[in-house]
Ligand binder design. Structure first.
Ligand code: SF4
Length: 789
């Protein structure tokens, strides 16, 4: 059997030892790294060869008797000076080289010497000088560590690395073969497809086999998660796919996927569970055993000796579950934690290591989409062929904007200037003072344009150059300080520094997809504004992520209109789309429009009584559980007060601002098969999507809003940019996002083919044709005046 491995992957597996050391030290940016490599190469002679592609083979014994194993090792060495007979591995760095952890140095030597052997073998060399060239980004100086090695020595080194990796490679190879064989024969576990689930599954499979992107709108209740996971798993072997990433916006979405995967494997039949490794990725603060500690061996016992104990922890985590445990190998939080603690290593970083060896990763969107995303980075570095499933994909527009937006609030600079370092290091103080002066000067150019002296201004010329220069210089100074003194943890300064770097990075990437704005609250002095590089269209950032995947399916109940999502999410022009018909009949849901009520801002006070009366009449006609949605907490309170006053006998309860998880649970627990009453909630909040109240637990909803985002200076800027880019400013900014929320919230009512219910759309604008076009096709919308109630 042949197993192909990159030099870096091989050496990371075999040569990393000692502590996990993520001590805060500024690292070169990707651009600085590229420039550093180019600077080194430019200093070499004419015959210097850059970026040599090298590959070689190792033959040894596999784990079974008479089973040979063939490792194919490949990679790209940084440079070769044939005249000097020297192979160079270049590493750029900031700060003090003598502080570099020993584990990093050992890894660098291991890589350089593997390249050394591959070169000796390719060019028939007897001897070679192998050099590590450390290039200091700040001083542009090189520190060279060189060793002359014979080809025999290099070969022995190569042999040692491969031998250490061989058992693991053989195990991985066997796992992959078993996995693919099992997935090829995987049967749908839910006793037949539900209505609509089969066409969805077929579309996902077709997209996977064609290597395309699919935008799949499918109604609630058909089992979208299982309907997308199953065909995608079936497609892995045929498409030679290495990994499947299931990306969700919410924890609930991740849990549904984990449950579906567990069911999919079914009970252990004939001697074993489905050989599929499913890894749940959780945030650091949820997995950390020593909150508040820094991640290095001097501070955290689970970082000390991490790489020494990693092999045993990894082996335990990946050991196949023993029958009668059914299902795939679920590397969920509890399982990974148990393996990590059994071997005294950090659970969070163990789970990141396991991402290299798992088949299916279930995690939040940001693991693949944000600028420095772990899964995207691993996929690129290892050349994985991946499939993506994006759950509740309508959320990706807003989430994408958040990932590519950077803002610097004045409080961060204030705290940084008060920090111990700023008080004791003159260079840092001077740099921060200069930023402050540029910030104040910028603020003084912005006249108040809102009530009580508040201001909002877009910087039409891009990021203001004086502040940009001050931030660049200041972050350079602070970065140098941290590089020189990594032992000096200074939280406030570090936070400011990281936020400033993010802002500078987004300013560097500034284009029509984003704008620069300054917001000053009422009463703030100059320097009290927040400066923001605000992303509006995440498409240019997301498009390369789709391109890097073999196939991707984005699914949700609300992806209409398709062109809006394709434009904002940067889907490839040849993407496929499917709109799965609803399994529900129009008779199951009465949809009534209350045209006699306006919920426009100016009419809200007058509308509270009529809305309360409409709800009471509906309740009298059919007592049961209802949800009522409003555009804001204020509006909710107004109607709730009118409802309580006019209909005091009717039970109702309200969502409040910043509800904790337990309070949210209590809110939902009031919806039982036997209960009756109305829950008041805000549209776009915790109860407007992702909750499941089937049967009598919910029989109706009142929508006292079109969900239109508030008209404010930021949204008006977004509208202008949408008009400029897509010729659809109002629709792309207000109408489509608003109606999407309405349809999501109304979708809580009918969850099963047995459910029956009512939705009241309360506003005259719901009767307009352009609004009704955005409602689900299977709804029969009743506009008759007799429905006034
Ligand atoms: S346990 Fe916490 S502090 Fe320790 S290495 Fe892990 S994440 Fe860092």
């Amino acid at each position: 059997m042949t197993y192909t491995v990159a030099v870096r992957e091989l050496c990371e597996f075999t040569a990393k030892a000692g502590d996990l050391d993520l001590r805060f030290t500024p690292a070169p940016t990707a651009l600085e790294g590229i420039a550093g490599h180019a600077a080194v190469a430019a200093r070499r002679g004419a015959g210097y060869e850059r970026e040599l592609t090298l590959a070689g083979d190792w033959h040894g014994d596999g784990p079974g008797e008479g089973q040979p194993l063939h490792l194919h090792v490949r990679g790209r060495a940084d440079g070769f000076d044939a005249a000097a007979g020297r192979l160079e591995e270049v590493k750029t760095f900031k700060g003090r080289l003598d502080r570099q952890p020993a584990s990093h140095r050992a890894l660098h030597w291991a890589q350089a010497k593997v390249y050394g052997w591959l070169l000796c073998e390719a060019r028939q060399l007897d001897t070679l000088e192998v050099a590590l060239v450390y290039f200091d980004i700040a001083t542009q100086q090189e520190t060279v560590l060189a060793e002359r090695c014979s080809a025999a020595e290099l070969r022995a080194h190569f042999d040692r690395q491969c031998r250490r990796f061989a058992d693991w490679a053989a195990q991985e190879q066997a796992h992959r073969a078993a996995r693919d064989a099992a997935l090829s024969a995987l049967a749908f576990p839910f006793g037949g497809f539900r209505t609509g689930q089969r066409p969805l599954a077929e579309a996902v499979y077709r997209a996977a086999t064609a290597g395309r992107c699919l935008l799949a709108q499918a109604p609630t209740g058909i089992g979208k998660t299982a309907g997308t996971l199953f065909p995608q798993l079936r497609a892995l072997p045929g498409q030679r796919l290495d990994k499947l990433f299931f990306l969700a916006a919410k924890t609930s979405g991740r849990q549904v996927a984990l449950n579906a995967l567990a069911r999919m494997a079914g009970p252990a039949k004939q001697g074993g569970a489905l050989p599929l490794r499913v890894l749940e990725l959780v945030a650091r603060d949820k997995a950390c055993e020593y909150p508040g500690q820094a991640c290095h061996g001097d501070a955290c016992p689970l970082a000390r000796g991490f790489y020494d104990r990693l092999p045993a922890a990894r082996a335990q985590a990946l050991a196949a579950p023993q029958p009668p445990v059914p299902g795939p190998l679920a590397l969920d939080q509890a399982h990974v934690r148990a393996a990590a603690l059994a071997h005294g290593v950090c659970p969070y970083y163990l789970s990141q290591e396991l991402a290299r060896w798992a088949d299916v990763m279930v995690g939040d969107y940001h693991y693949y989409f944000d600028l420095g995303a772990l899964l995207h980075g691993l996929a690129q570095a290892n050349g994985w062929r991946v499939a993506l499933l994006v759950d509740e994909a309508h959320n990706l527009v807003e989430r994408g904007r958040g990932m590519y937006t950077a803002a610097l609030a004045p409080g961060l600079l204030y705290d940084a200037r008060q920090s111990p370092t700023a008080r004791s290091v003159p260079a840092v103080k001077k740099a921060l003072d200069r930023i402050r002066r540029a910030w104040v000067a910028l603020d003084k150019t912005i006249a108040p344009d809102q009530p009580q002296g508040a201001a909002y201004a877009v910087q039409e010329g891009g990021f203001p150059p004086p502040l940009l220069a001050a931030l660049q210089q200041g972050s350079g100074t602070v970065g140098e300080h941290f590089a020189e003194h990594p032992e000096q943890a200074d939280g406030a300064l570090q936070t400011f520094y990281l936020e400033a770097l993010h802002l500078l990075r987004m300013a560097e990437l500034l284009d029509a997809h984003s704008l620069v704005d300054v917001q000053r609250p009422a009463g703030a002095a100059p320097g009290g504004s927040t400066i923001c590089v605000r992303n509006i269209v995440p498409a240019p950032f997301l498009a390369p992520r789709w391109a890097a995947a073999h196939t991707a399916t984005l699914f949700s109940a609300t992806l209409s209109p398709g062109h809006y999502h394709a434009d904002l999410l940067g889907l490839p022009p040849d993407h496929a789309a499917i709109d799965v018909a609803s399994p529900f009949a129009a008779r199951q849901l009465q949809v009534q429009v209350a045209r006699h009520i306006s919920t426009r801002y100016a009419h809200r006070a007058a509308s509270a009584g009529p809305i309360a009366d409409l709800m009471a009449r509906q309740f009298a006609e059919r007592p049961g559980n209802y949800l009522a949605f409003f555009s804001s907490y204020d509006y909710l309170a107004q109607v709730a007060e009118a409802f309580a006053r006019r209909h005091p006998q009717l039970p109702h309860w309200s969502q409040s601002r910043r509800m904790q998880e337990a309070e949210q649970r209590a809110f939902l627990e009031r919806f039982t098969d036997a209960s009756e009453g109305i829950g008041f909630a805000v549209l776009g909040g915790a109860f407007a999507e992702g909750i499941d109240l089937p049967g009598r637990r919910l029989i109706g909803a009142f929508l006292s809003t079109l969900g239109l985002p508030q008209i404010n200076p930021v949204n008006e800027q977004i509208r202008a940019r949408m008009e400029q880019l897509f010729g659809a400013g109002y629709d792309y900014t207000y109408l489509y996002p608003g109606l999407q929320k309405v349809v999501q919230a109304a979708g809580r009512v009918i969850r099963t083919p047995q459910d029956e219910g009512v939705v009241h759309l309360i506003d005259d604008r719901f009767a307009r044709a352009e609004v009704r076009r955005l409602l689900p096709a299977w709804w029969h919308v009743d506009l008759s005046p007799t429905q006034r109630m």
